[in-house]
Design a binder for this molecule. Structure first.
Ligand SMILES: C[S@@+](CC[C@H](N)C(=O)[O-])C[C@H]1O[C@@H](n2cnc3c(N)ncnc32)[C@H](O)[C@@H]1O
Length: 233
């Protein structure tokens, strides 16, 4: 089983500190919502965000959107071999059921996330909601929901490896519960103390890549490594 965690993801509601900023008020008004109930989005709030600490990297729900589309539509997920989790910069954990169908339309995705932040689960009335938001979950706490054999952090400054060879070698060493952690932010470093949590920090390419490129590489290479052990192939 592969667990993919998008960590320190830049996914949050507009912080109170900038709720009164004209740029935030205007975008909330257009949607008929209260400023404190809309997602922070750098495309709409880039000027307001300058008032926040680390404002340049914040407000990137699009990264979480791309991550979820890639994971949930992947062949590894169809094989029931993928667990998908998002850990946010504010230490929330979002558990995503494998059968969840994430809206392809970005605006609908934003609405879904706003509903999740408000109600903590979607659908809120279901016995087993598709999306559940837990608060006060550090990345370390998130890892405790998985009984990991190995925890790998992906970073452009990690040890250079060939991902296909790396995943194949893990199969031979009987790693069955593998956790891969990818940063859910556009620039800078992890906020969480990842070096303390990881067994290994690896780099899959000689330069910094976009999150969706790294996630695609992981999903395809993991699937190919799985096929080696699949008796049907
Ligand atoms: C846009 S990067 C964040 C910038 C960060 N300074 C970096 O280079 O890793 C977002 C995430 O993609 C992953 N990533 C980017 N380039 C990578 C690489 N060459 N090898 C492995 N992971 C990479 C990391 O998990 C990183 O946190």
């Amino acid at each position: 089983m592969l667990t993919l965690i998008l960590a320190d993801a830049e996914l949050e509601l507009v912080p109170e500190q900038i709720c009164n900023h004209p740029q935030v008020r205007a975008s909330a008004e257009r949607r008929g919502k209260s400023p404190s109930k809309i997602l922070l989005d750098a495309t709409l709030h880039h000027i307001a965000q300058r008032r926040l600490s680390q404002g340049r990297r914040r407000g990137r729900p699009d990264i979480a959107h791309a991550f979820l589309l890639l994971c949930l539509d992947s062949i590894v997920n169809q094989y029931h071999k993928l667990r998908t989790l998002i850990h946010t910069r504010n230490n929330e954990l979002i558990e995503v059921a494998p059968e969840t169908r994430i809206p392809r339309n970005y605006n609908r995705f934003v609405g879904l996330m706003e509903q999740l932040f408000e109600e903590n689960a979607v659908p809120v009335t279901a016995d087993k909601p598709l999306l559940v938001l837990h608060r006060n979950k550090s990345l370390k706490n998130c890892l405790s929901v998985v009984n990991a054999d190995k925890i790998i952090i992906f970073s452009s400054t990690g040890k250079p490896i060939s991902l296909s060879e790396y995943f194949r070698s893990l199969h031979y060493t009987e790693v069955s519960e593998l956790v891969c952690i990818i940063g859910g932010f556009p620039e800078g470093e992890f906020i969480s103390p990842v070096t303390k949590l990881a067994d290994e920090i690896i780099s899959i390419h000689g330069s910094e890549l976009k999150v969706w490129t790294v996630v695609s590489e992981i999903l395809v290479n993991y699937r190919n490594a799985l096929l080696i052990k699949d008796p049907k192939n």
